[in-house]
Design a protein around this ligand. Structure first.
Ligand code: HAM
Length: 417
């Protein structure tokens, strides 16, 4: 049996790296005043239908099904709609600042960096319209990538303007697509459903047409242009470099105003987005809630790790077993000693099944443990255990049995940088 197509297992020790990514994100999000939000892995189909009627993610790639009670549910394809659904349901006080870690499901054609299940770390701020929060949200994502050691990243920024901006722009754009109907062929239908969807295509034969397409930036209202200018000033003020990407419109229907994407130049261009997000000022209302202008982003853990590999940063953390108990007596108090070590906060392990001393020492080496704690007959008679530092050539020493946990703990603290 194999895992479903396009879905990955994460095994140790790689999983330790995965946890490291999550923990660095959690720490940073907490420093920025965000709390963790957990929502179900499935939602009612309508929760997602609203956010992407004209997107492939919702129209073609969603894993939806009818449950035993006849309800139409869908596996989460993205993280923003569930957050807004939870906001509308629970009505917490605003601003509501939440972060999340969740698997997302999209039935795409799998390839390196594109999977049918991917994990996202994300953050959303619900209920504030201030451009300063746009800057903070981008700062959170940018700083997180720096925390991981990533340097080869580029921030692309655009504004999708307000509703009037986009209505006007859609009309102009549709006219332009009609003038290029030959080249668009079958995709004309998609262009008509949502003219913006064509803009971020990466088809090489469309490059010229896309290059010359009318640009959203030219249609921004005064208010939208002022908001966008403030975001740019804010980023400049804290030293985050960015480039304006006039064709960046992002792949969901909910986006308004500021949108952004972080790309890793160390990755293949087709799959180089390591994070993206933007404002969605109308979504809460569209879901039946109060007016709550909002902004957030999502960042794919698999892609972040691929980017780390490509840049040679964030190595797999070494195993951290402190002590490996080796029982030379066979009937020694291994179980009690192991329990004591663990209860004292040390990480400890042992071999099982009555292995020979030689095999136990081999297991101790393989475990990466710092010390072997050896239960020998002579030592036991004298109330002692032997300790061998597995990372040095020092001869082994003896420690009083009842003091061993404290003894190891002291040396462990000393070794800490
Ligand atoms: P998204 O751009 O679709 O946005 O996904 C966010 C990130 O998830 C991408 O930048 C990428 O790193 C990763 N990702 C997406 N699809 C895949 C895949 N098939 N395989 C591997 N990684 C993938 C959203 O999902 C929005 N909810 C982001 C957002 C939050 N906007 C506002 N708030």
């Amino acid at each position: 049996m194999r895992a479903p197509k396009g879905m990955l297992d994460v095994l140790p020790p790689e999983s330790a790296r995965w946890m490291e990514v999550v923990s660095r994100f959690a720490k940073r999000a907490e420093r920025f005043g965000f709390g963790l939000l957990l929502t179900p892995i499935v939602e009612h189909y309508e929760v997602f239908a609203r956010v992407g009627e004209t997107t492939d993610v919702v129209r073609k790639e969603m894993y939806d099904f009818v449950d035993r009670g006849g309800r139409r549910l869908a596996l989460r394809p993205e993280g923003t709609a569930p957050v807004v659904r939870a906001f509308v349901q629970h009505r917490p006080t605003t601003p509501w600042k939440v972060w999340y870690l969740a698997p997302n499901f999209r039935a795409e054609q799998p390839q390196a960096g594109r999977y049918r299940q991917h994990w996202q770390l994300g953050a959303e701020v619900i209920g504030i319209d201030d451009p300063d929060i746009d800057v903070e949200i981008i700062e959170l994502l940018w700083g997180f990538c720096r925390d991981l050691g990533l340097r080869d990243v580029r921030l692309a920024l655009n504004s999708m303007g307000d509703a009037e901006t986009r209505t006007r722009y859609r009309e102009v754009l549709l006219e332009y697509w009609h003038a290029h109907a030959d080249l668009l062929g079958q995709e004309m239908e998609r262009a008509e459903a949502n003219p913006l969807r064509i803009l971020d295509s990466k088809r090489p034969d469309w490059e010229d047409m896309l290059e010359r397409a009318p640009q959203l930036g030219e249609y921004l209202s005064d208010a939208s242009a002022a908001h966008f200018a403030r975001v740019q000033e804010g980023l400049q003020a804290i030293g985050i470099p960015f480039e304006i990407a006039p064709r960046l419109v992002r792949g969901f229907d909910y986006y308004t105003s500021t949108v952004f994407e972080l790309a890793s130049d160390a990755l293949d261009a087709a799959q180089n987005a390591i994070g993206g997000g933007g404002r969605y000022d109308k979504l809460a209302q569209e879901m039946g809630g109060p007016a709550a202008p909002s902004i957030g982003f999502g960042s794919g853990i698999e892609r972040l790790l691929l980017a780390c590999d490509a840049e040679g940063v964030l190595p797999v953390p070494p195993p951290h077993i402190d002590a490996f108990v080796v029982d030379l007596v066979g009937i020694g108090d291994t179980a009690r000693l192991l329990a004591e070590l663990r209860e004292s906060g040390l990480s400890a392990d042992r071999a099982y099944g009555g292995r020979s001393p030689k095999k136990q020492f081999a297991s101790a080496d393989r475990s990466g443990a710092r010390w072997a704690v050896i239960i020998g007959a002579d030592e036991a008679d004298r109330g002692m255990v032997a300790v061998k530092d597995l990372r040095s050539d020092q001869p082994q020493c003896e420690v009083r049995r009842e003091e061993i946990a404290a003894w190891l703990q002291t040396r462990k603290d000393e070794a800490r940088p």
